[in-house]
Design a protein around this ligand. Structure first.
Ligand code: ADP
Length: 169
């Protein structure tokens, strides 16, 4: 018997060219975990349309926190920052997508939550710079560097999301 007509099957990996696809490291800081904001924060990146490539709850050792924030070593708040980041478990995430680095920074909002626009994570959910609930890489190069720093190879997944043809033309 004649088969029914089927719509074309989109191949997600053909939708966006590989150069446009970026990786960013997003981390829910210990205050975000303690305040029960993990689901809320993950939802914002999921709903936007980005793809999760890595996810773990993790107690960060001091050395890793210092390496991650090494550019801020000379700042007066550096010791406090390391204490904050190591004060409880964090949620480490890799997110992938077209323009994901800059877009995630917009979703997160300004470093000082008092300057962060309503609608952003920090604008909606935080009050102080020293308790600003989430981290996001500030460049595609740092996105790659930070994902490599926080994840071991087997902890990351490359996968095709079925929604891709409905997110990007
Ligand atoms: P962002 O996280 O927005 O990229 P920075 O890279 O400038 O901001 O700083 C990294 C983190 O260091 C901030 O998210 C915040 O947790 C902390 N921090 C920055 N400035 C201060 C400050 N003046 N006092 C306390 N903590 C700070």
């Amino acid at each position: 018997p004649k088969r029914h007509h089927r719509p074309p099957i989109f191949l997600p990996h053909l939708v966006a060219s590989m150069e446009e696809v970026e990786q960013t490291y997003i981390m829910i800081k210990p205050d975000g975990v303690q305040r029960g904001l993990v689901g809320e924060i993950i939802s914002r990146f999921e709903r936007k349309g980005f793809k999760l490539t890595g996810l773990k709850l993790f107690q960060c050792p001091k050395e890793l926190a210092e390496e991650h924030y090494k550019d801020l070593q000379s700042k007066p708040f550096f010791p406090k920052l390391i204490d904050y980041i190591t004060s409880g478990p964090v949620v480490c995430m890799g997110w992938e997508g077209v323009g994901v680095v800059a877009s995630a920074r917009k979703l997160i909002g300004a470093t000082n939550p008092l300057n962060a626009e309503p609608g952003t994570i920090r604008g909606d959910l935080a009050v102080q710079t020293g308790r600003n609930v989430v981290h996001g890489s500030d460049s595609p190069d740092n996105g790659k560097r930070e994902i490599a720093l926080w994840f071991k190879e087997g902890e990351l997944c490359a996968w095709a999301a079925v929604q891709e043809p409905w997110l990007m033309e």
